[in-house]
Write a protein that binds this ligand. Structure first.
Ligand code: NAI
Ligand code: MG
Length: 398
């Protein structure tokens, strides 16, 4: 049988270190693949004026399964300044390649699991009724709509006249905002379509069914955002009734959910939300299980099969140039496990997860974040494991 090809996009900063570590773990687990590397990130912005070159899009199209490290994004003005002098003044405008990639390939399903590892010193603890300490077990999977909502990029400052006129035709706009001069207005729009909303809901219910979660929670704000959140909840009710009657449908408001996060996180299973709220609650839950060193994600398009698997953290530029990388590779390793699940290599995924769990439970090898140290180049001399030592420990358990 020919080997499968995986496209790797290390990107910037710590992306390469965590990706290399994850690939070593995949190999140790017996996953056989060819790795082809693609270009993405800041270097390509600076020298080519495009952080997501056309050739990379072609590679993604061809290979479909992508392991992604992290990229660096900077504000518009800083990006323009760092552009090669030869490219300046040509009207090139920076935009985030990861957001671009989601939209280009319609990677509308984003899945972010957050589960507690036993023995992780970063696990959330709360006080019980008798004053004792409890460590609730978190096992939540957030399904975040990844291409629309408030991140769809339909926004204006000083909107064009026809847009302004359309807004003015809404009585509430005219009443509450109509006195402001047009140039004082900034507007970002929140757009939900039935198609994408149905797809994210379906992915969430399917996952709950497949992995025996008893509930799906729609976490939005339908009492205020009546049209968008309201549509999502209404569609969820119909879908539950018609297709998933064995699964309970819960409904929470995103603000209350953030409060319940620390009160009863063990009660939640699958959670589904639009783009912005999904982004926020997935970071909230990640905080309960150890933070960025543990937060993994998958984003995919069920129609094309294209899937991009990445840790939710960024390029951590502060730690990028240390002689020995200190960051925690678990988020990237877990993302690689999500890739394995996606391509039906579930046995290897579960082998790796068990090995990671064993290392964490044993507690002998811990990266600086797990030891609650401040990140610096010398944490490795103070007992913290490096990125590679953490990966080695996982490999030893395999
Ligand atoms: P970040 O996630 O890169 O880092 C924030 C802090 O989290 C770090 O300083 C470090 O203390 C900690 N951290 C991150 N990854 C860690 C790991 N694996 N192990 C242990 N600790 C870890 O976010 P920040 O500093 O806000 O952004 C840095 C750059 O990354 C920016 O240019 C930003 O635009 C970009 N970014 C890219 C993302 C992506 O590629 N998907 C996502 C988020 C940010
Ligand atoms: Mg985020």
């Amino acid at each position: 049988m020919s080997k499968r090809t995986i496209l790797t996009l290390p990107g910037d900063g710590i992306g390469k270190a965590v990706l290399d570590a994850a690939i070593r773990v995949l190999e140790a687990a017996g996953f056989e693949a060819e790795y082809v590397q693609g270009d993405i990130g800041w270097e390509f912005w600076k020298h080519e004026g495009n952080p997501l070159p056309e050739r990379t899009l072609k590679l993604i199209e061809k290979h479909k399964i992508v392991l992604f490290g992290a990229i660096t994004s900077k504000p518009k003005d800083a990006a323009a300044e760092e552009l090669d002098p030869a490219l300046q003044g040509k009207g090139l405008v920076y935009s985030s390649p990861i957001v671009g990639l989601r939209q280009h390939f319609g990677l509308d399903i984003c899945m972010r699991p957050c589960h507690t590892y036993k023995g992780n010193p970063l696990n959330f603890v709360r006080r019980g009724a008798d004053g004792s300490m409890e460590e609730p077990k978190v096992d939540v999977v957030i399904f975040r709509q990844n291409t629309e909502g408030l991140y769809s990029g339909i926004e204006w400052s000083d909107p064009p006249q026809n847009v302004y006129d359309a807004f003015m035709s809404h009585p509430k706009f005219a009443k509450n905002f109509g006195e402001n001069p047009k140039e004082d207005l900034s507007i970002s729009s929140r757009i939900f379509t039935k198609k994408a909303t149905g797809r994210i809901l379906h992915a969430a219910f399917e996952h709950a069914r497949k992995y025996n979660y008893k509930s799906v929670t729609v976490c939005e704000k339908p009492n205020v955002l009546r049209e968008t959140s309201g549509m999502m909840y209404k569609m969820a009710k119909e879908m539950q009734k018609n297709e998933f009657p064995e699964i309970e449908l819960w409904n929470t408001n995103v603000d209350a959910q953030m409060m319940w996060l620390t009160k009863n996180p063990e009660n939640y299973g699958v959670i589904v939300a639009g783009n912005l709220f999904g982004d926020i609650i997935s970071d909230g839950f990640a905080g309960l299980i150890g933070g960025l060193g543990f937060a993994c994600s998958a984003q995919y398009n069920p129609d094309t099969g294209i899937g991009v698997f990445e840790p939710t953290h960024g390029s951590a530029p502060k730690y990028a140039d240390f002689p020995v990388s200190i960051v925690n590779p678990v988020a990237m390793i877990e993302s690689a496990c999500m890739m394995l699940d996606y391509i039906n290599e579930n046995d290897k995924a579960s082998k790796i997860r068990k090995a990671v769990a064993a290392v964490i439970a044993e507690g002998k090898v811990r990266t600086y974040d797990m030891l609650k140290m401040r990140g610096s180049a010398d944490v490795v001399n103070k007992g913290a494991a490096s990125t590679d030592e953490m990966a080695d420990a996982v490999i030893a358990k395999l």
